[in-house]
Design a protein around this ligand. Structure first.
Ligand SMILES: C/C(=C\Cc1cc(O)c2ccccc2c1O)CCC[C@H](C)CCC[C@H](C)CCCC(C)C
Ligand SMILES: C[S@@+](CC[C@H](N)C(=O)[O-])C[C@H]1O[C@@H](n2cnc3c(N)ncnc32)[C@H](O)[C@@H]1O
Length: 258
């Protein structure tokens, strides 16, 4: 046995170590949790750099579609570092209530640091909560409005996430779901993938996060088209569902009404 082990170990000795084949598996929820924990320290800066700041425009559009107003109680699902959570708090003000929920501890740590580092009265209304979009720790009909920015595409069970969104939203309330658009136009899809391959991943490689950002391409390929997202929302019980393409179809925003 020893010789066999020796033989095996000696033949393996010349092979590259497993770490050379480090591939980031992102098939299951736990893998995605690890991925977003890993990118948390650079996530905001890379979004600004790689979208030339445009992602802030897209997020403000998503907020405007919620109809959130002063004194509302609102929820940001898959809040990450809190971009949409902070924008919601500016809408509902200090008399409103905003909850940001995410399952990545590191993303929530960044969000809390941002909340503590720049004081605004409306930020006092924000609470960051660790939780899963497919099993929200909230009551039925608790929220006047909901946002979900670049989250649904990353959730493994999208149907359950949509059902949970329906459950916690008040009747007549709106949810605004911003994400990459899975375009049905070949040129748009090709441009999206070219940008990821030739701009996004090379830049991310400089941060040691090539595989984490390579995930983007397949996550969009495996996502739902705008029409399919509308169908998913209606199946979950929403009375209205409209998907709007933005920035030439690179991004999309689904607006649903309970
Ligand atoms: C805010 C944006 C993306 C957030 C985001 C979502 C994810 O699912 C990820 C998964 C894994 C790693 C990172 C992310 C992630 O950052 C959108 C803007 C940032 C994008 C990374 C840049 C996308 C570039 C566009 C394809 C083309 C932009 C053209 C023009 C500059 C507007
Ligand atoms: C691309 S980030 C988006 C963050 C933020 N909404 C924004 O617009 O920048 C996706 C976030 O979704 C979270 N996420 C993915 N799947 C989740 C799930 N099942 N439950 C809770 N959070 C999840 C990740 O941890 C990550 O913070």
């Amino acid at each position: 046995m020893a010789s066999l082990q020796f033989g095996l170990s000696s033949s393996f000795a010349s092979l590259p170590t497993a770490s050379c084949f480090r591939r980031v598996s992102v098939r299951c929820s736990g893998d995605r949790q690890v991925l977003f924990n890993r990118i948390a320290p650079v996530y905001d800066n890379l979004n600004d750099l790689l979208s030339l700041g445009q992602h802030r425009v897209w997020k403000r559009m998503a907020i405007s579609w919620t109809g959130a107003k002063e004194k509302d109680t609102v929820l940001d699902i898959c809040c990450g570092s809190g971009d949409l959570t902070f924008l919601l708090s500016e809408k509902v003000g200090p008399t409103g209530k905003v909850i940001g929920v995410d399952f990545s501890k590191e993303q929530l740590n960044v969000a809390s640091s941002r909340q503590n580092s720049r004081w605004r009265a409306c930020y006092e209304s924000i609470e960051f909560v660790e939780g899963d979009a497919t099993d929200l720790p909230f009551s039925n009909c608790q929220f006047d409005a909901i946002t979900m920015g670049y989250g649904l595409r990353n959730v493994v069970d999208k149907k359950k996430a949509m059902q949970e969104m329906f459950r916690v939203l008040k009747p007549g309330g709106k949810a605004s779901i911003l994400d990459f658009n899975k375009s049905t136009k070949p040129f748009v899809a090709s441009f999206q993938e070219w940008m990821i391959d030739n701009v996004v991943v090379p830049v991310a490689t400089g941060y040691g996060l090539a595989e984490e950002y390579e995930y983007l391409k397949n996550s969009i390929r495996e996502f739902l088209t705008g029409k399919e997202l509308e169908e998913l929302a209606v199946q979950a019980g929403f009375s209205m569902a409209s998907h709007y393409e933005i920035s030439g179809g690179l991004m999309g925003n689904l607006v649903v009404t309970r």
